[in-house]
Design a protein around this ligand. Structure first.
Ligand SMILES: [Zn+2]
Ligand SMILES: [Zn+2]
Length: 416
């Protein structure tokens, strides 16, 4: 049996056994559904379901590889013509996925290969450093460190932005582990549903800190002591508190590493100057002798980048996007897309979760399975506290069922 047929059968069996566990999304009957099957690389769109039971039946019948529903509400979600669907509004959707930003561990577990010139390397790469072409094949991997960073970001998004600055109510938040390398968040309330794409772009700019004007924030007047901003809500306060956090709590080594990063663009001399004059910087005085306006600006923009949340912008701006349906399986991992309350998020550990009801590793089993590695290099995978690999092409390995499912889903192995 081909691997895809096998995985389809596994997914069908999972959905049959967990019929009653597929969560209901608010106003389900008004959402458009999309599915990617196992036998074709296409998205079957413009589907709708009257209730969760009929969705559940569809999943048992088809065992779909990927399952999505819209953040958008329509009167006729299954109308094939976008213009005739009768748009009624769209949840605010925010996606945090380490695919889209740098993490320190990527040089351990992500690979790229240039289809054009054959150069290869480790880490995150968008453009071939040798030939400059964009035709890169990337092998990205899951890891605890990456997932922790994504989780920290989503928590900061909620507590530092959505609650204080947008007045969002906890009951309107829907949080989910994506089943792969990140988290999704939806805000389901009337006010958010009414926002245009333009409004959403402004929200994205606010959350990411992109296009922030120091002038508008009141940070351009060189004669001011900026301490007065401490009582301002929003970005000015975030900036002051972050400067304090960095200079008071971070070790000098960490500060140096941070300030040397691209986002600050500070010279070694400037960094030394800051370290020698921490007290002046903590007083947040603009006119520090020896640290001119240009350096201040770089410093502040670096701090802003440090505060901003690295979200996948188009997901929030596009009002017709489909996102993974909670409780369904992610076809690239075999993990469950897991809904989480804010409290559950706090202790949630996707790759080693102790609460059975929240565990995304639904195929966990001690039954061993033999598979053959197809990919030239497969990074180590740590799941449930056990590390498997790294593996290389041609290796025949015996691993627990859930690891076999994961490697088959990733397309780096076949049954042996
Ligand atoms: Zn190349
Ligand atoms: Zn990582």
């Amino acid at each position: 049996m081909s691997e895809n047929k096998l995985l389809k059968k596994l997914f069908q069996a999972y959905y049959r056994e967990n019929k009653s566990k597929i969560p209901i999304v608010d106003l389900l009957e008004h959402r458009e559904f999309g599915f990617i099957p196992w036998d074709k690389q296409i998205m079957i769109r413009h589907m709708a379901f009257r209730n969760v039971e009929s969705l559940s039946k569809y999943l048992s019948d088809n065992g779909s590889r990927h399952v999505y529903s819209s953040g958008t509400l329509y009167l006729e979600p299954d109308n094939l013509n976008m213009n005739n669907k009768q748009y009624q509004g769209c949840d605010l959707v925010i996606d945090i996925d380490v695919d889209h930003f740098e993490t320190p561990c990527k040089t351990n577990h992500d690979y790229w290969y240039c289809v054009e010139c054959g150069k290869s390397g480790k880490g995150m790469m968008k453009k071939c450093p040798k030939c400059g072409k964009l035709k890169l094949r990337n092998l990205t991997w899951i890891c605890d460190i990456c997932l922790d960073i994504a989780k920290r970001d989503i928590i900061s998004l909620i507590y530092d932005f959505l609650f204080p600055d947008f007045g969002i109510d906890e009951k309107d938040l829907k949080i989910a582990f994506s089943g792969h390398r990140g988290y999704h968040l939806k805000v389901e309330n009337k006010r958010m549903r009414g926002l245009s794409s333009e409004d959403r772009r402004e929200i994205v700019d606010y959350i990411t800190g992109n296009n922030i004007s120091l002038e508008i924030l009141g940070l351009k007047d060189l004669s001011l002591n900026l301490n007065f901003l401490r009582d301002n809500i929003g970005w000015p306060k975030k900036i002051i508190l972050k400067i304090e956090e960095v200079l008071k709590n971070y070790s000098n080594d960490t500060i140096i590493r941070l300030f040397k990063s691209k986002q600050f663009g500070l010279s070694n001399d400037s960094i030394e100057f800051i370290l020698n004059n921490k007290q002046d910087f903590l007083k947040i005085l603009w006119n520090i002798d020896g640290f001119g306006p240009k350096k201040w600006e770089n410093f502040l923009y670096g701090i802003i980048k440090e505060i901003g949340i690295r979200i996948d912008d188009p997901v929030s701006i596009d009002i017709h996007r489909l996102i993974r349906y909670p409780g369904t399986l992610h076809g690239k991992t075999g993990f469950k897309v897991q809904e989480l309350s804010l409290k559950e998020l706090d202790t949630f550990n996707p790759l080693d979760e102790s609460n059975k009801n929240l565990d995304p590793i639904v195929f966990q089993s001690d039954i061993m399975q033999k598979i053959e590695i197809l990919e030239s290099e497969v990074p180590a995978t740590k799941i449930k506290g056990q590390t498997y690999g790294p593996f290389s092409q041609g290796e025949i390995i015996e691993v627990p069922h859930h690891i076999a499912v994961f490697l088959l889903c990733r397309g780096v192995a076949k049954t042996a």
